[in-house]
Design a protein around this ligand. Structure first.
Ligand SMILES: Nc1nc2c(c(=O)[nH]1)N[C@H]1C(S)=C(S)[C@@H](COP(=O)(O)OP(=O)(O)OC[C@H]3O[C@@H](n4cnc5c(=O)[nH]c(N)nc54)[C@H](O)[C@@H]3O)O[C@H]1N2
Ligand SMILES: Nc1nc2c(c(=O)[nH]1)N[C@H]1C(S)=C(S)[C@@H](COP(=O)(O)OP(=O)(O)OC[C@H]3O[C@@H](n4cnc5c(=O)[nH]c(N)nc54)[C@H](O)[C@@H]3O)O[C@H]1N2
Ligand SMILES: [Mo]
Length: 709
């Protein structure tokens, strides 16, 4: 039989990469005969410019992967065995509703605990999709501070919830500090703007314990001991103030607390910081002078900047630098963290915090292992767990405890997934979720200033449903009648933004359907210096060296990361002036090597960690170690080593390389436990302990030892 003309015709559907990544690429999906045949980047998109990365350019293979979960499945073997058999949606929903009801009858609603993060970043199906349901159920509220929560607390304390520098204006920067960010792996589409600035004469400086693929392109690579960046930033201020390199008029007009800051940083000399950071004092002086005097200067901080005991204060200090030097005056000068704040997302409509029962307990997801094993002493205990948009076995600290908890026979676990992940293997019921090709969504970005619409290109594969539909079905089964539980995806898209906000001028769902994406209504990037005249969204309208928010609110986690709840904030007083907090785990713990666990190049967190193409690029789970540290332990390149501390261990292939500083080892997060030698991965050794602000994780504040296996 020959195909009809219709079957052969290829149509193009506009979509958006769903990954939890700053780039939020505009995708074009080619569809033939009802089947997606290719995804490619939209060449017309000014920021992502037609490029897709190694993580997503074969997304079609993911959608049609033979390993996909296509139907609801019930466990038939022991937990973790991966043995399941197909059931109907009706059976699955009845079972979930029945088990939730009986758990609640026995223990009260807090016995149910949701676990979720950012498997997809869409406003509809992402971070908050289950919040109204679990708020209404009265389930334990989970605090989700995996990513940038500490940095966000510190940043907003200092300069407010501002988008900061427009990423596209980086071409105008003359001095670019890339600080704890492996951009070419994790924020690839920003790199061309940096490279263009570099071509125009800008100096690019990378501060990182690893001379990674981004550092290889830098004009100056500065290795630093993990967790000591705060010392460097404070010493830079010491030099800038001490040598009179401040922008006096900017400081006078647009900052608060200068005199106190100047007093505070007096003791933080470059010689002192050299001891902490391992960076020679002369280099610290040079960096401070160049940064202050080469304007416009700009700092891009990566998420890893927050991942140690003093992560919050580190970001407080760094956020002071652009005001001190007047970098904000010019286009391309200032600070870039995450421009998410530019988007007028209608958070209340997504989170529905008013549905929560006042006084409901809050448990941070980093404590999942302890919550499940009983070590946390929760009353009521967690007896029902629902995981969606997350793979905690891989991404959560204390992997051993997470697995021990998930193995409990008296725990009822539901997991909604694309694949039988390391977490889904422990489920009693696995539910099939649609991929981005099969669902509606609308996206903000935390790396550029464009709204992107995702239109489904194909029908759901198997019996997969979008997360929105999953929670509609569950709400109906639980008898919830609030209007928010019957909203269609169309209605949800209409509620996703405050469309009347100035940033949305000229943008409607209708226009987005035609164009796929739109730049927020802001000045063009080559004219946009958001804080040239101050206008910081802080209580004083200025950069607050002395933070009134820190003084009044103390430590806090933004409501976005806690289902909208404002209860049980971490609290505690916070010194309103920036200061140094040393890493918590030191060589004194008996473990001499500082482990960091940044992102894998080819996986998106653990997503794609099972896909053959990405596994080929990423290779086996590896640990990078400096030749001197390797030699001391009799370790040779390519051999298997055991990485261990009191919390656990994992096995990895040693990469002996002087790309890494001595005393530091690096094992990227993302490999699946199932594929790893010895059945465990890097989070087997990570601590659950919080950083100083925003309950951020301390992945980079982890000591280990290595030995040949
Ligand atoms: N390829 C790829 N891209 C991704 C992701 C992925 O998994 N893979 N995940 C996405 C997500 S969710 C996020 S949050 C972003 C994160 O992306 P980034 O912001 O780049 O953060 P990380 O990869 O965690 O770490 C960045 C760099 O910080 C360094 N580092 C670690 N600790 C310290 C420290 O204490 N001081 C300094 N100066 N440097 C330190 C690491 O060596 C690493 O090179 O990437 C997104 N993009
Ligand atoms: N040691 C260490 N640990 C880390 C980090 C680190 O740098 N080091 N990084 C942390 C950071 S920054 C982050 S952001 C977190 C990430 O943590 P997670 O957001 O949990 O990331 P993933 O591992 O990608 O897991 C997401 C899961 O959601 C599934 N999924 C994708 N789309 C959908 C969907 O539409 N519906 C449903 N139901 N499921 C879907 C995917 O298949 C995947 O298994 O990890 C954190 N953990
Ligand atoms: Mo993240």
């Amino acid at each position: 039989m020959t195909a009809t003309a219709d079957e052969q015709a290829t149509t193009t559907v506009r979509g958006a990469c769903p990954h939890d990544c700053p780039d939020t690429c505009a995708m074009l999906v080619s569809v033939r005969g009802g089947r997606a045949v290719e995804v490619r980047g939209d060449p017309g998109h000014p920021f992502t410019r037609g490029g897709l990365c190694v993580k997503v350019n074969n997304y079609v293979d993911k959608a049609y992967s033979p390993d996909r979960v296509l139907y609801p499945m019930r466990r038939t073997g022991p937990k973790g065995s991966g043995q399941f058999s197909r059931v109907s949606w009706e059976e699955a929903l009845d079972e979930i509703a029945g088990r939730f009801r009986s758990a609640i009858a026995g223990h009260g609603p807090e016995t149910v605990m949701p676990v979720s993060y950012l498997g997809t970043e869409g406003i509809l199906n992402g971070l908050n999709v289950g919040d109204p349901f679990f708020n209404k159920l009265g389930a334990t509220i989970t605090e989700r501070t995996y990513c940038d929560s500490g940095a966000c607390t510190a940043y907003t304390m200092t300069i407010g919830a501002t988008a900061g520098v427009d990423p596209e204006s980086l071409v105008h920067s003359r001095y670019i500090l890339i600080w704890a960010c492996n951009m070419i792996s994790t924020n690839l589409h920003l790199w061309p703007f940096v490279a263009e600035a570099q071509r125009r004469g800008a100096k690019v400086v990378v501060i990182d314990p690893v001379r990674h693929r981004t550092a290889a392109h830098a004009d100056w690579y500065i290795p630093i001991r993990p967790g000591t960046d705060g010392a460097l930033a404070l010493a830079m201020m010491n030099v800038i103030i001490g040598e009179g390199l401040t922008d006096e008029a900017y400081v006078r007009d647009h900052t608060v607390g200068y005199e106190e800051l100047a007093g505070r940083v007096k003791d933080y000399t470059p010689e002192w910081a050299a001891e902490q950071t391992g960076i020679p004092a002369g280099d610290i002086r040079t960096l401070a002078r160049e940064y202050a005097t080469t304007q416009p200067s700009m700092i891009r901080i990566g998420v890893a900047i927050e991942r140690h005991a003093g992560g919050g204060q580190t970001v407080r200090s760094i956020a002071c630098l652009p005001a001190l030097t007047g970098a904000w005056r010019r286009v391309g000068g200032g600070l870039l963290q995450l421009p998410l704040w530019a988007f007028p997302v209608n958070w209340p409509a997504l989170l529905h915090p008013e549905l929560a029962t006042p006084g409901t307990r809050v448990v941070n997801q980093f404590l999942l292992g302890r919550a499940l094993t009983g070590e946390l002493g929760l009353d009521p205990p967690v007896t029902a767990l629902m995981v969606y948009n997350s793979n905690p076995v891989v991404v959560c600290p204390e992997q051993g405890k997470v697995i021990a908890g998930l193995s409990r026979d008296d725990l009822f676990t539901v997991v909604s997934e694309h694949f039988l992940t390391d977490t889904a293997r422990y489920a009693d019921l696995v539910l099939p979720a649609t991929t981005q090709l099969e669902q509606h969504d609308i996206m903000f970005s935390w790396g550029h200033l464009y709204v992107t619409l995702n239109t489904p290109a194909i029908e759901p594969v198997g019996e997969a449903v979008p997360n929105t539909e999953l929670f509609r079905r569950l709400a109906a089964r639980m008898g919830f009648t609030e209007e928010c539980f019957t909203r269609t995806d169309e209605q949800m898209m209409a509620e996703a933004f405050d469309w009347s906000a100035p940033a949305m001028a000229g943008i409607t769902l209708e226009t987005l359907r035609r164009t796929g994406w739109a730049r927020l209504s802001l000045p063009p990037a080559d004219q946009y210096a958001p804080h040239a005249e101050g206008n910081f969204p802080t209580p004083s309208g200025k950069t607050e060296f002395r933070s009134s928010v820190a003084e009044q609110a103390g430590n806090f986690v933004l409501p976005l990361f806690r289902q909208g709840s404002n209860e049980y904030q971490p609290g505690g007083t916070v010194d309103p002036l920036p200061h140094y907090v040393e890493p918590r785990e030191t060589a004194g713990t008996g473990y001499r090597l500082n482990l960091i666990s940044p992102k894998s190049h080819a996986y998106l967190n653990s997503s794609a960690g099972n896909q053959p193409a990405q596994r080929r690029v990423q290779g086996e789970q590896a640990v990078t170690v400096h030749p001197r540290d390797a030699a001391e332990r009799g370790i040779t390149d390519g051999q298997y080593v055991r990485v261990f501390n009191d919390r656990g261990q994992f096995t990895a292939r040693a990469r002996v390389s002087d790309e890494i500083a001595t005393g530091v080892v690096m094992a990227p997060v993302g490999a699946w436990r199932k594929n790893a030698m010895g059945n465990s991965t890097v989070n087997a050794v990570s601590p659950f302990v919080f950083a100083d602000l925003g309950n951020a994780p301390t992945f980079s504040d982890t000591r280990v030892e290595l030995e040949p296996t």
